[in-house]
Design a protein around this ligand. Structure first.
Ligand SMILES: [Zn+2]
Length: 97
């Protein structure tokens, strides 16, 4: 079995460079450098967006917890308000009696 090295670059995946020398020369070409630079920028942008998504997800979790706490507090206040109304009615009834 013979091992044959192939020199293929992601910026031109259908082309097979004849030797390591022509492949290395290609890596110094404007086309490859532009491709490589664009890929690095896309990677940085993707990382920034991932970080932004993580931050937004943490904010959503925090707001969801706050919403649950406010709903509980609201229910407690409703209950307390109902108890106060019942107490007032009881007092009124006592005074009438
Ligand atoms: Zn290339």
């Amino acid at each position: 079995m013979e091992i044959v090295e192939q020199y293929v670059c992601e910026c031109n995946p259908k082309f097979n460079y004849k030797s390591k020398g022509t492949f290395n020369a290609h890596k110094k070409s404007k086309k490859h450098i532009a491709f490589s630079t664009k890929r690095k920028e896309e990677s940085i942008l993707a990382t920034r967006r991932d970080n932004e998504i993580d931050l937004l997800n943490r904010m959503i979790e925090k707001i969801t917890r706050e919403k649950i706490n406010l709903e509980i507090e609201n229910e407690n206040l409703k209950c307390e308000n109902l108890n106060l109304k019942l107490k007032i009615k009881t007092i009124i009834c006592v005074k009438k009696a």
